[in-house]
Design a protein around this ligand. Structure first.
Ligand code: BGC
Length: 773
């Protein structure tokens, strides 16, 4: 281990130890449910019974009040009645808390937001590892990395006494300016579904329940509480809902969190089609549906249309639901179904048989995982004249510019915000006297981004000990250009901070960062740009710089990972999980639906209200439609169907070596299709190639030009060749037939395209597929 890495680790560990030591006694709740789960030896504790049998045995013992208690949050979750903050004296301090039933040995459910690490550490005095953004994880196309990502979160949830994660975001990047894209896994339903599915499996394999969210079509934050998404059923099932279906199939997630928005006229949390028809009947979902925080709008309608649990409070599913059950408006059988779904999930995942035990997280092991995943998620988008990797011995001077890269890396804001060890490395300006923290208190929602203490400047210095490495903060392009001019190489860090509750109005980097890059590039022909963004950004300067790295939000291991890619210690292998458009004019919606409406209303009422409109409130605005007229054409499917050339296509990413493809063969037997081809590393370095298989469906299906159907991340030594054999999942070749309410593999000619990106297919072959299942 390098000295620098050791120091970084000690720093992290030191902070963690102090935080943990400080917090040990006061914040550990033992009184209710979880702490008091000295389980009575009820027959449901017999592990040889199925989770469903065990749940039913418990239900047979439960009173009506106990059943009602399980289907809504207690007064200890975030935003619950009784206070805006979680109440650590009652719950474990996370976003959600459902008191258990000690007399039956049913523990409390303690939920923590944990999209990219366990949140609310600051309030609870606990350390959590910040992983790369989920979008970054998707760029690795590495399902083992996804499982590892989930394992880190699962382990830390256990260590902190939680038994449920409410991460698991898998909404598609239908809207590249969506403020929460960093919590999601890109624009392709299969890549996103598999990535988040494995992530969730990683969590649940630690005996921590997980959920998938936000179901469904919560693809923008603008007007998220009042927007009514209009989309036909086939498009829904084949795009956004397919991502959830695949993620559930991979993970058997305990929960699905329904979203704030309406879909085709009904709120997602009381939407019969979404919840009963598609999720429970269509996907075979056996867990429970919990509402997003404040996303429940009715009692009987929501209960009958598929919602199983109101979060975080009890407005509709407390006394009101009890009365509805007593009057028969909601049958007892439906209440039993809600409770059954919750209890069977607790048994199935193991939170009753193997409850969490608090201990100091293994900071070192989790830091290693965070750095490893970051190294797999950084995409090299441009490398003119083999600017990269940098040769440490031959580089005498480096200008490092902008993005607070002297102190840290940015992270995403909102409910996914992990607290930085030691506080924000770039402290925000002091709040004016007399103002309240507001939504920003919840981790940058509408506030300043939080930077984690992983310093790219230090990591670059460590890699190039003989070079003069100087820093310029980048606020004055002329000063930055002057430092760049006198340096051999210039590395500019640009940042796009994003957070829950608001979208970016444009794809442009905020502030003067485009001008900064252009000024530096004009001064130094060896300019490298490192982009740390929540999602895709436009890059008007792309042709004028030597190299571009997309590092997303790279997490606590970000700085050494970036340096390892810059200096070639790690050969980049990541590929884009989203299309980068040249400008918003090329998107299906040049302006985000409702954006100007919201902006006008916010201007009329003042900014504080606007933040309220982003979270639970509606900001007094009228509902508006979000018509996804692009239908099936999400991301690359739109660009290809419309013949628009993006800045960088889906699936694209460079390596420091090169690969050649050969020998494509497809064999079809009924619905089974197996594809074989070879990939050779034709360069001088070992590397991993993400080999992608796309399919064009028969013209009669009316599908976009092609879709991703399989991939493999192939590790190859220099000169090595490997044969890849992939079985294509019939679901991924199918269309959704709305009349039959079923997936259908349409007979006809399917063209396979195999290569290193959605726009590079050195191998193609057409095959005939016979008939239906
Ligand atoms: C977010 C959810 C989050 C919940 C609890 C909501 O505002 O949309 O993603 O899990 O709050 O913090």
């Amino acid at each position: 281990m390098s000295r620098h890495k050791m120091i970084d680790r000690l720093l992290v560990f030191g902070v963690a130890a102090v935080l943990l030591g400080f917090s040990a006694t006061p914040v550990l709740p033992q009184g209710r449910g979880q702490g008091a789960s000295a389980a009575p030896a009820g027959p449901w504790m017999d592990k040889s019974l199925s989770p469903d049998q065990r749940a039913d045995l418990v239900i047979a013992q439960m009173t009506l009040d106990e059943k009602i208690q399980l289907v809504h949050g207690g007064q200890g979750g975030f935003g619950a009645p009784g206070g805006a903050q979680a109440q650590p004296n009652r719950s474990n301090g996370g976003a959600g808390w459902i008191p258990g039933i000690p007399r039956l040995g049913i523990p409390d459910i303690n939920m923590a937001d944990s999209a990219v690490g366990v949140t609310r550490g600051a309030a609870m005095g606990r350390y959590s590892t910040l992983l790369p953004s989920t979008l970054g994880l998707a760029a690795s196309w590495d399902l083992q990395a996804a499982h590892l990502f989930g394992s880190v979160i699962g382990r830390e949830l256990r260590d902190q006494g939680y038994n449920m994660s409410i991460g698991g975001g898998v909404d598609l990047t239908r809207e590249p300016r969506n403020g929460r894209n960093f919590e999601y896994a890109g624009e392709d339903p299969i890549l996103a579904g598999k990535t988040v599915g494995q992530l969730m499996k990683g969590i649940q394999d630690q005996h921590i329940m997980g959920d998938l969210k936000h179901y469904a079509l919560n693809d923008q934050e603008t007007g998220r509480n009042i927007g009514n998404v209009i989309l036909d059923k086939r498009s829904m099932r084949e795009t956004d809902l397919l991502a959830f279906e695949v993620a559930y199939r991979e993970s058997q997630a305990a929960g699905v969190m329904c979203s704030y928005n309406k879909v085709n006229g009904d709120y997602a949390c009381e939407n019969d089609y979404l919840l009963n028809q598609a999720l429970k009947k269509g996907f075979g979902f056996r867990g429970w549906v919990l509402s997003d925080w404040g996303g429940t709008h009715s009692t009987a309608k929501a209960a009958m249309n598929g919602l199983d649990q109101e979060m975080p409070g009890s407005t509709y599913f407390g006394d009101a639901l009890k009365k509805a059950v007593e009057s028969g408006e909601v049958p007892m059988s439906r209440l039993n179904d809600m409770v059954h779904r919750i209890l069977r999930s607790m048994f199935a995942v193991g939170v009753i048989d193997d409850p969490p035990a608090r201990q100091v997280p293994d900071v070192f092991r989790n830091l290693d995982a965070a750095q490893h995943i970051a190294e797999e998620c950084i995409v090299v988008l441009r490398n003119a004249n083999n600017q990269l990797p940098l040769n440490a011995a031959a580089t005498k001077s480096i200008a490092v510019i902008g993005g607070h890269s002297d102190v840290g890396v940015p992270s995403g804001g909102g409910s996914a915000q992990v607290n930085a060890p030691g506080g924000n490395a770039v402290p925000p300006p002091p709040r004016p006297a007399g103002t309240t923290p507001g939504a920003g208190a919840r981790g940058g929602m509408g506030g300043n981004p939080t930077y984690f203490p992983s310093s790219p400047l230090k990591a670059i210095r460590a890699q190039a000990p003989n070079a003069k490495v100087e820093y310029n903060e980048g606020t004055d392009p002329a000063a930055a250009a002057s430092l760049a001019k006198s340096s051999q190489v210039a590395i500019v860090f640009v940042v796009q901070p994003m957070a829950e509750g608001r979208d970016a109005a444009t794809l442009s980097l905020p502030g003067d960062q485009d001008a900064l890059v252009s000024a530096v590039a004009a001064a130094n022909p060896h300019t490298i740009v490192v982009v740390e963004s929540g999602g895709p950004v436009s890059m008007p300067w792309a042709d004028n710089v030597s190299a571009i790295l997309e590092a997303w939000y790279p997490g606590i291991g970000g700085a050494p990972a970036i340096a390892n890619i810059l200096f070639g210690i790690v050969n980049p292998s990541a590929k884009l999980p989203v299309t980068f458009a040249k400008s918003e004019q090329d998107l299906p919606h040049p302006e985000i639906p409702g954006m100007s409406l919201m902006a006008q209303a916010a201007a009329a009422r003042g900014a504080a209200d606007a933040a309220g409109a982003g979270r639970g409130g509606r900001g007094g605005l009228p509902p508006f439609d979000i018509s996804y007229t692009e239908g099936l054409k999400v991301g690359y499917k739109w660009f290809e169907a419309e013949n628009k050339q993006p800045l960088f296509p889906f699936g694209f990413g460079l390596s420091y070596t090169s690969y050649a493809y050969s020998g494509l063969k497809a064999s079809v037997s009924g619905r089974d299709v197996t594809v074989t081809f070879s990939v050779k590393n034709t360069g001088k370095r070992a590397g991993a190639e993400v080999a992608q298989v796309y399919a064009s469906l028969p013209a009669s299906t009316g599908e976009p030009p092609k879709r991703l159907v399989a991939w493999e991340r192939v590790q190859l030594a220099a000169g090595e060749s490997k044969t890849v054999t992939l079985r294509l999942d019939p679901l991924f070749l199918s269309i959704f037939n709305v009349d039959k309410d079923a997936w259908e593999l349409v007979p006809g000619d399917y063209k396979l395209l195999v290569g290193g990106s959605s726009q590079s297919a050195p191998l193609t072959q057409t095959m005939k597929i016979g008939g239906e299942r």
